[in-house]
Design a protein around this ligand. Structure first.
Ligand SMILES: Nc1nc2c(ncn2[C@@H]2O[C@H](COP(=O)(O)OP(=O)(O)OP(=O)(O)O)[C@@H](O)[C@H]2O)c(=O)[nH]1
Length: 985
């Protein structure tokens, strides 16, 4: 057990080291924090502090360096107190989940010109990682002298005294770094223990960067330890990443190499009879030790770059201790003559030190080695502190406080430049790069790192990295705060869905007691309507969605702005494809489903079968123990309608549907059309707030002041609250179904509309551009045919439905492209566009105006007006089939046997007999010999006797000459076939 040192004793007695040093000084004993204490000294200390010793309250360890001996001779380096390493103080605090306060680091200067740093970041860090440092496999880079001696894989940095004697101001060692020791003494030193010879902790904090980083287990990634001879002992310890703790021994030698950190550390090369120890901590090529001849050498290195190298030649003994710095000339060719570190002694005292700093300012700049010595910089904690004195001339403690503020939280975008990030977190770029390096990212100063990487790096430095709040979209109306206290109960919005003809419209009619069906062209609901009904004093808003497949897109949207979905299933028909689709849409939108089993009045009604089918789709009826409400109804006899409404209200009650009517209106455009007399008319479902006449509204790119509001019964109203469908007049253009409507300040609305128009234009332009990919795919497609179509319809819903159906028609060979679509009559520009794009125009419920008709005639543009969507789709389908390239199929029409081969003036004539079918003069011939096809050719001539004939039937003889193949032999079989056109599927 070695002698105890001041700071350890201080800890034991619960006092600060300076107090002990002061006490001993009174007894004419000069000691520093790291000085060991003689028995006699201990007695003095014990006498003075024994009472205090009881209270062991986390003493603040003060890190000091030893005062130089008056003689200036190389003091024996104290072996590291491996048996009693500076233990980390027990951690009591825990890291708060989010740290918002900045790190304040205060550098205190004491009377002796030593600086200590009280550092709430460090304390915070302690809270962050309680005790965990004990378990770390690697030593962290920041190593002060006492850390050196804890070279046991444990890191005391966070727990160690928070002092950074980084400013070259500690008691300046006259011995410098890497001072020499005698071989004998060096040999005594335990391998692996820190060799404490140089007392100055120059640059001790240089490598405080990345901590807690995952490093491989000790020595795991090290290269094997090559020992090439007998009689040698080679020890190799490595921690970290690469080539650490290498040890090369030749001859009778002992070599020990220890390496911790990152790269090539603790290398030890020994040749001849020698003993060598190499220790390295830090980053790069540390602790190298090269010994040749009969020699003993020790090399220690800590810090950043190529430190602690020791070269021993001849029979010198050599020890080198280096801490930090960049290539600080760490070679100990003759340790006795020259301090190994090559450092100039730094003068003590304020004035002389200032002079020194001034003198070295230039050379120190930009060097890691000199970072500690540099004047204070933004993120620096190594500033030379002033050595102040009180008026009386006595040294005063804490005269100067330097505060460094580092952020504990930064916000970044998706990626950030390394340099910028370092600046942001107030760290050196090299620290950040190093951290990234250790995380496996090789980056340069100008490279960008993504958010996740920045988060990891931020964690290394105790900085919480958060994403920047999303930029406000100029094409969106600013969000308004919705106070839940202001919200009131609103009616449910119900979508009626189901397979075509299962009775959706009839059911709504039955509910509204009106007859919408009769008015519809083709008897099919063409677009969404919305109605409000009152039952038992409560309102329900229904959105009627069309049943045809073509309206899938619209129906899906309908489900999204609704609260409850009523699934109509005909009791006599059961679950059909669109029933399944409707279920999927509702489920996807998270909307509860109430099943209305319709047409119960029909004799063929089989509700149990419907339930059975639905239960297979995970809609288990309540009476079967499930949770899906199923109501048998009849739109004709009105059976069960009240039950259905009751169930809707029940579900709505459970959902607690609420909205704030006091806010500016916010809703969805359910339908929009261009009315000749009234201009653009939009059906809006108000979802939040109240829409009032005079409000300025925006929906998509359309905007304007509300001129009139018409409810679902055709009555003019002044306002419409939440869950109310209402027709709105006053927009400057027809919005799109599904657009969000907002009431807003006119200026804002106009601005937003302009931005949306610009955005849409830009997107259109972008879409119009032909990309390289596009060109390539077209080349690949080769025979690609495109059918361009312009679609015009009376309402937006129909436009969408048609477009969706038309695009679906396309097959492998023909592509249907809707080059333009819109609401309103077919006009001149539609025709011109169709002409330019070689498109046909499909009009649904709209007619071309006179001008358009004229131009269409002259431009030969085909305009097809329709009243029923099916017809339009069917026609296009037929047109596509007509456009398909004809397909041919082989048709074998006969078989012929060659009975004789005749040669007349170089012509080879096969004398044949038709065994099967027939042979025609335009047929193709496949020559088969012994079951193997040997040629395929075309007929050149077909003759009977001397006459050319068109065909010869089975059982007759004929003469056949082939166009190319002349090697015909007797008994060859001719398979006679023609290519027949087949109609496309
Ligand atoms: N017997 C009987 N027939 C009904 C009932 N409900 C609807 N129908 C008939 O079923 C047919 C289709 O009814 P619609 O209401 O148009 O069906 P839909 O689901 O709205 O059809 P689309 O609008 O085409 O999607 C009509 O002939 C109705 O008269 C009912 O409860 N009983």
């Amino acid at each position: 057990m070695g002698k105890k040192r001041i700071f350890e004793i201080a800890k034991e007695y619960g006092v600060k080291s300076p107090e002990i040093i002061e006490l001993l000084a009174k007894h004419n004993i000069t000691k520093t924090n790291f000085s060991s204490v003689e028995e006699s000294d201990v007695a003095i200390i014990h006498a003075a502090f024994s009472k205090k010793a009881v209270k062991q309250e986390q003493p603040q360890a003060v890190h000091k360096t030893e005062k130089p001996q008056a003689s200036g001779s190389a003091e024996k380096a104290k072996p590291a107190a491996t048996s009693s390493p500076a233990k980390p103080r027990p951690e009591k605090t825990e890291r708060p989940s989010m740290i918002v306060k900045p790190i304040i680091m205060t550098v205190e200067t004491n009377a002796e010109g030593k600086s200590t740093i009280t550092h709430n970041a460090l304390q915070r860090d302690k809270a962050v990682k309680p005790v965990s440092t004990e378990n770390k496999p690697e030593n962290r880079a920041a190593v002060t002298q006492n850390q050196t001696v804890n070279n046991d894989g444990k890191n005391k940095y966070r727990n160690a005294p928070n002092h950074i004697n980084a400013d070259n101001k500690g008691p300046k060692t006259e011995k410098g770094f890497g001072s020499a020791a005698t071989p004998a003494k060096a040999a005594e030193k335990p391998a692996g223990a820190g060799q404490v010879t140089g007392e100055r902790n120059l640059n001790a904090n240089l490598n405080r960067g990345p901590q807690n980083r995952p490093m491989p287990a000790q020595g795991n990634m090290n290269r094997p330890n090559p020992n090439r001879d007998f009689n040698r002992q080679g020890q190799n310890q490595g921690q970290g990443f690469n080539r650490q703790g290498q040890n090369f021994n030749r001859g009778d030698r002992q070599g020990q190499g220890q390496g911790q950190g990152f790269n090539r550390q603790g290398q030890n090369f020994n040749r001849g009879d020698r003993q060598g120890q190499g220790q390295g901590q830090g980053f790069n090529r540390q602790g190298q030790n090269f010994n040749r001849g009969d020699r003993q050498g020790q090399g220690q290195g800590q810090g950043f770059n190529r430190q602690g190298q020791g070269f021993n030649k001849d029979k010198d003994a050599n020890q080198g201790n280096k801490f930090g710095g960049n290539r600080p000339g760490n070679r100990n060719n003759n340790a006795v003559k020259k301090p190994a570190g090559g450092f100039e002694e730094i003068p003590r005292g304020k004035e002389s030190r200032e002079k020194y700093n001034k003198k070295h300012e230039k050379q120190l700049k930009g060097s890691y080695a000199s970072r500690d010595s540099r004047p204070m910089r933004s993120a620096d904690h190594m500033r030379p502190t002033k050595h102040l004195k009180s008026k009386t001339g006595a040294p005063v403690r804490n005269e100067q406080h330097i505060t460094v503020v580092r952020p504990t939280m930064v916000q970044i975008a998706e990626s950030i430049n390394v340099q910028e990030f370092a600046k942001m977190i107030k760290r050196e770029v090299a620290e950040v790069i190093k951290s990234l390096f250790l995380l496996g990212e090789m980056v340069t100063i100008n490279q960008d790192i993504d958010f996740d990487t920045a988060t990891l790096v931020g964690n290394e430095f105790g900085v919480d990295v958060q994403p920047l709040p999303p930029e406000e979209d100029p094409t969106e109306i600013p969000e308004i705060e919705d106070d839940p206290a202001e919200q009131v109960v609103r009616p449910p919005v119900v979508t009626v869905m189901g397979h075509v003809d299962h009775g959706k419209t009839s059911l709504l009619d039955a509910i509204r007691k009106t007859h919408v069906t009769a008015r519809e062209a083709g008897g099919i609901t063409q677009h969404i309507g919305a109605y409000t009904v009152t039952t038992g004093g409560k309102k329900i808003t229904f959105l009627d969605t069309p049943g045809h497949e073509a309206f899938t897109a619209m129906r899906a949207r309908g489900a999204q702005c609704t609260d409850i979905s009523v699934l109509v299933v005909a009791a006599d028909d059961g679950v059909m494809p669109q029933t399944v689709e409707a279920i999927n849409h509702s489920k996807a939108a998270g909307v509860p489903i109430i099943v209305a089993i319709n047409k119960m009045d029909k004799p063929a009604a089989n509700p149990e079968h419907v339930k059975q089918q639905l239960s297979e789709m995970e809609l288990i009826p309540e009476d079967w123990g499930g949770d899906t409400i199923m109501v048998p109804v009849s739109a004709h006899s009105h059976q069960g309608i009240d039950d259905l409404l009751e169930m809707i209200l029940l579900v709505a009650e459970v959902k607690e549907l609420k909205a704030n009517p006091k806010l500016p209106a916010h809703g969805t455009i359910v339908e929009a059309k261009l009315d000749k007399g009234r201009g653009p008319v939009a059906t809006v479902l108000v979802q939040r707030g109240t829409l009032t006449i005079g409000d300025y509204i925006i929906a998509g790119t359309a905007h304007g002041r509300v001129r009139a509001l018409i409810n679902d019964r055709g009555e003019k109203v002044r306002k419409a609250g939440p869950s109310t469908p209402v027709e709105v007049l006053g927009l400057n253009e027809v919005p799109q179904a599904g657009d969000i409507l907002d009431a807003a300040d006119e200026k804002i609305a106009r601005g937003v509309a302009e931005k949306r128009i610009a955005k849409a234009k830009a997107e259109q332009q972008k879409a119009a551009k032909v990309s390289l990919d596009d060109i390539f795919s077209r080349i690949k497609e080769g025979e690609l045919k495109e059918l361009n179509i312009v679609v015009k319809a009376d309402v937006q819903g129909s436009v969408e439905a048609l477009c969706a159906s038309l695009v679906k028609i396309q097959n492998e060979e023909v592509k249907v492209t809707v080059v333009h679509s819109g609401v309103g009559a077919i006009n001149e520009s539609d025709v011109m566009l169709a002409s330019a794009a070689n498109a046909l125009i499909i009009g649904f419920n709209v007619r071309p105006d006179a001008n358009a008709r004229k131009i269409a005639e002259s431009e030969k543009v085909d305009i097809r007006p329709y009243r029923v969507i099916y017809d339009a789709i069917n026609d296009v389908e037929a047109a596509i089939k007509g456009m398909l390239a004809p397909k041919f199929e082989e048709d074998v029409i006969g078989r012929v046997e060659v009975r004789q081969v005749i040669t007349i003036s170089k012509m080879i004539i096969a004398g044949c007999y038709v065994t099967e079918g027939k042979v025609t003069n335009n047929a193709k011939i496949r020559v088969v010999r012994d079951g193997i096809v040997i040629a395929e050719d075309e007929m050149e001539s077909l003759r009977r006797f001397k006459d050319d004939v068109k065909e010869v039937a089975a059982g007759y003889e004929c003469g056949i000459t082939l166009a190319k193949f002349h090697d015909i032999k007797e008994n060859d079989q001719f398979e006679v076939y023609i290519m027949k056109e087949v109609s496309p599927a």
